[in-house]
Design a protein around this ligand. Sequence first.
Ligand SMILES: [Zn+2]
Ligand SMILES: [Zn+2]
Length: 291
Amino acid sequence: MLEYQDIISRSSEFWEACARHTARQTARTLQTGYYCDDCARRLTHEAFNDRPPVYHGVELLGSCGLCNVMKTVASRQWFVCGICWNVVLAYQKSIVSGQAVHEYWRDNVKPSFPQLHLIEKEEVYLSPFARKSKTKRQAAESLDTLDFRVEERPPEAGKPLFHIELKSGPSAIDEMREFQLDVNDSDDIVGAANNTGLPVYVFHVQTAFEYDPPTRSSVVRGIWWTDVFTLLEHRLAVRARRGEDKDAGYYSPFAFKTIETFLQELRDKKYIQLRDRLRKTPLTLSKTGRL
Ligand SMILES: [Zn+2]
Ligand SMILES: [Zn+2]
């Protein structure tokens, strides 16, 4: 039985405005997603500036569009602009990608390397759209965490060894012509590596939708990995993303290897070589730092 039924008032100044845009931004597009009560509340609070839906539909059994769990959900509608709605739709696959890395670690890494602990910084950070006072480049310069950190224990407190940053997308690495990464994201990786003196591994998680109308769930099809040095050595170009005022780096997919080979990387403790290399020669941020 679903309980969350709050709706935004027609007299609200945010009627016909994007719920995720913090400052009023007219949006007459009604977006519909199927969410459980917890996730509808979470979206409202964390992503939509505490602006509740305009409508709740009937209950049904389906995959929640955020937590991906098969449970009682209902359609929920908000006014949200197209750009923000794409961000909201991507949360489900990010959550599923994070879970896939935990499963990989538990089933494959843990048995051989019980001393290596995988620590997730934050399970998918939902956020509203707001102009930031710092530029993305300035933020990258002071960043010290990425999606996961791996620590060795004992010691009890844990000795940090490296970071893992996740990127998820619909394609398998071996089907790609180019691997694309926003300059903001590569700057975050470079900034966190330099600030902490710890190397970064980048995991590409291939996700797909499975449809169970009217709901859909996200599933993981494969994981590939590379390290930040290898990735940057495979950069082919930096150019503006089509139709967006945002730069992206384009990389050869040959930078990546299948996840089975990651155990050998751990066995050889290559992260120690990468750490020494990083401390001797820090990485460089992009020159653009454009939002
Ligand atoms: Zn949910
Ligand atoms: Zn918006």
